[in-house]
Ligand binder design. Structure first.
Ligand code: SAJ
Length: 428
C-alpha cells in the first residue's frame, strides 16, 4: 500500500456513507479527519463506539486512529474534502438539500487553494454546478476549476452487505473539468479496488446514481403490481418470478413486499422527478412506480382485514403484532421503513398494534417476541429478520394467533396453511 501519510483527507458527515469511507482512507495510509455537526456522534466515535450497528465498522473503528471533530477549521490541512451528508426529501417529496448547503457553507469558510472538494451524497444532475460550486466560490472568494477543484462520486454503500464493501464496489466519477476529474480519479484509485469509471461530465456522474436507484424502484413496483394482480388470479407470484429468473439473460428478479424503505430507493427517484419537472419533463413512469410502492402498506393492511374476516374477526380492538420495523433484514435502520406506514393504516382501522424489532428495541412497543405475540390474533412480518424467518406455526398458534400476513414472503406458506393458520403473502 502506497504511503499517503503526507496527505490529509477530510470527510464531512460520519454516517452510513462517511464513516466507512473515512476508515477506508485511513487504512490506505491517509491521515483522516472526520467532521460531523452532531457533537454526540463525534463524542461516541472518539470513544470508538459507533451510533449504528455493523460489527465490521465497530472493529475497524476500534483499530483506527481516525480523528473526529465538529470543528470545520480542521479542513485547512486536507488535500481532499469529501461531502457525505444526507440528501433526504421533505414530506411532500421535494428534495431537501439543506444538509449539502450547510456543509458547503462550513467548508467555504476554510477552503484553501489547490483543494479538491468531492460530493458523494446522492443528488440530481446539476446540484454540483448550481448549488455546491456557487456556495463554495461565494464564501471563499476562490474560483472552481482554477483555485480549487470539484468532482462528484456518488456513494454506493449497501448497508449490511458483507460482500460488496466501500473498498471493492465499482464507482463512477465526474469532474467539473479534466483536471478535477483526474484529481478525483487518482484519489479513488488510491483507496478503491473496484473499477472506477470516468464520466464525461459531473452531471453524468450525478445522473448515474439517481438512474440506478430509480431502476430498482420501478422494478420493485413492477413486481408489487404483479403481486396485486396475481392475488386476484390465485397465482403465486414469487414462484413465477423465480421461474422467470431461470432465464440467464435479460431478466433481473425483484420481489414484492409491504413497501420500499431506506434512504436511497424510495428517495432518489424524487430527485430526478423534481429536476426533470423544473426542466419541462414529467416522469409519469417514475411517479407511478413511487405511487405503487407507497400503496403497498395499505395493500398489506387489507390482507390483515381479509384474514381476520375469514375467522369472523374485525380489526377494531383486535391485537395485531407487527414484527420488524427496520427497512431491510438484520440491520437497525428504519429510515422510510414501510412498517410505520402499515402501522398507521392498522391503527386507522382501530386495531391495537404492538411492535417488536430485535434490532430496534428503542422503537418497539414490546420488549420481546413473546410479549408481542401474547394474545395477538394476527401477526404481520414487516421485515425479514432471521429471527422471524424461523418462526414455527405451533408457536404462533399457542399464543392464539389465527392470521399471519407475510409482508416479505419469507415464511414457508404451506407449513402455516397445514397448521391451520390463515396465511396471506404478498402476491402468494
Ligand atoms: N425491496 C423490495 N423488493 C426487492 C428489493 C428491495 O421490496 O426486490 C425493498 C426492501 O425491502 C427495502 C427497499 O426495497 O425496504 C430497499 O431495499 P434495497 O435492497 O435496495 O436496500 P438499500 O436501500 O440499502 O439499497 C442499497 C442501494 N445501494 C446504493 O444506493 C448505493 C441500492 O442501489 C442497491 O441496489 C441495494 O442496496 C442492494 O442491491 O442491496
Amino acid at each position: 500500500m502506497k504511503n499517503q501519510s503526507n496527505k490529509t483527507i477530510a470527510v464531512i458527515g460520519l454516517g452510513y456513507v462517511g464513516l466507512p469511507l473515512a476508515l477506508l482512507a485511513e487504512r490506505k495510509g491517509y491521515k483522516v479527519v472526520g467532521i460531523d455537526t452532531d457533537a454526540k456522534k463525534v463524542e461516541l466515535l472518539n470513544k470508538r463506539t459507533t451510533p449504528f450497528a455493523g460489527e465490521q465498522i465497530v472493529k475497524q473503528l476500534k483499530n483506527s486512529s481516525l480523528e473526529t471533530t465538529t470543528d470545520f477549521n480542521r479542513i485547512k490541512d486536507a488535500s481532499v474534502i469529501i461531502i457525505c451528508v444526507p440528501t433526504p426529501v421533505y414530506e411532500n417529496h421535494i428534495p431537501n438539500l439543506e444538509p449539502v448547503k450547510n456543509a458547503c457553507r462550513n467548508i467555504a469558510k476554510f477552503l484553501q487553494k489547490g483543494q479538491l472538494v468531492i460530493l458523494e451524497s446522492t443528488v440530481n444532475p446539476g446540484v454540483s454546478e448550481n448549488i455546491v460550486i456557487p456556495i463554495l466560490e461565494k464564501e471563499s472568494g476562490l474560483k472552481a476549476g482554477k483555485n480549487f477543484f470539484v468532482a462528484h462520486c456518488p456513494e454506493r454503500i449497501n448497508p449490511g452487505d458483507k460482500n460488496w464493501t466501500v473498498e471493492n464496489i465499482p464507482r463512477v466519477v465526474g469532474g467539473l473539468e479534466e483536471k478535477d476529474l483526474e484529481m478525483a480519479y487518482k484519489f479513488y484509485s488510491s483507496i478503491i479496488s473496484g473499477q472506477i469509471k470516468m464520466m464525461g461530465s459531473i452531471k453524468e456522474a450525478e445522473s448515474v446514481k439517481v438512474v440506478e436507484n430509480s431502476f430498482r424502484d420501478i422494478n420493485i413496483a413492477f413486481v408489487n403490481e404483479l403481486a396485486m394482480s396475481f392475488s386476484k388470479l390465485g397465482i403465486d407470484v414469487v414462484n413465477v418470478i423465480n421461474g422467470a429468473a431461470t432465464k440467464p439473460f435479460a431478466f433481473m428478479a425483484h420481489y414484492p413486499g409491504i413497501g420500499v424503505g431506506g434512504h436511497c430507493i424510495p428517495v432518489d427517484p424524487y430527485y430526478l422527478i423534481d429536476y426533470a419537472k423544473q426542466n419541462g419533463f414529467d416522469h409519469d413512469f417514475l411517479k407511478l412506480a413511487r405511487k405503487i410502492n407507497n400503496n403497498m402498506p395499505k395493500f398489506t393492511a387489507e390482507k390483515v382485514l381479509n384474514g381476520l374476516n375469514e375467522v369472523k374477526m374485525a380489526m377494531n380492538g383486535t391485537k395485531i403484532a407487527v414484527l420488524g420495523l427496520a427497512y431491510k433484514p438484520n440491520i437497525d435502520d428504519c429510515r422510510e421503513s414501510p412498517a410505520f406506514a402499515l402501522i398507521k393504516v392498522l391503527e386507522k382501522y382501530r386495531a391495537s398494534v404492538v411492535t417488536f424489532d430485535p434490532f430496534v428495541p428503542s422503537r418497539s412497543t414490546a420488549k420481546s417476541l413473546g410479549e408481542a405475540l401474547k394474545d395477538a390474533s394476527a401477526v404481520v412480518i414487516a421485515t425479514c429478520h432471521d429471527q422471524f424467518k424461523n418462526l414455527e406455526p405451533e408457536y404462533l398458534l399457542k399464543n392464539g394467533v389465527k392470521v399471519v400476513v407475510d409482508g416479505r414472503n419469507c415464511l414457508p406458506k404451506e407449513k402455516f396453511i397445514k397448521a391451520g393458520i390463515i396465511y396471506k403473502g404478498i402476491g402468494r
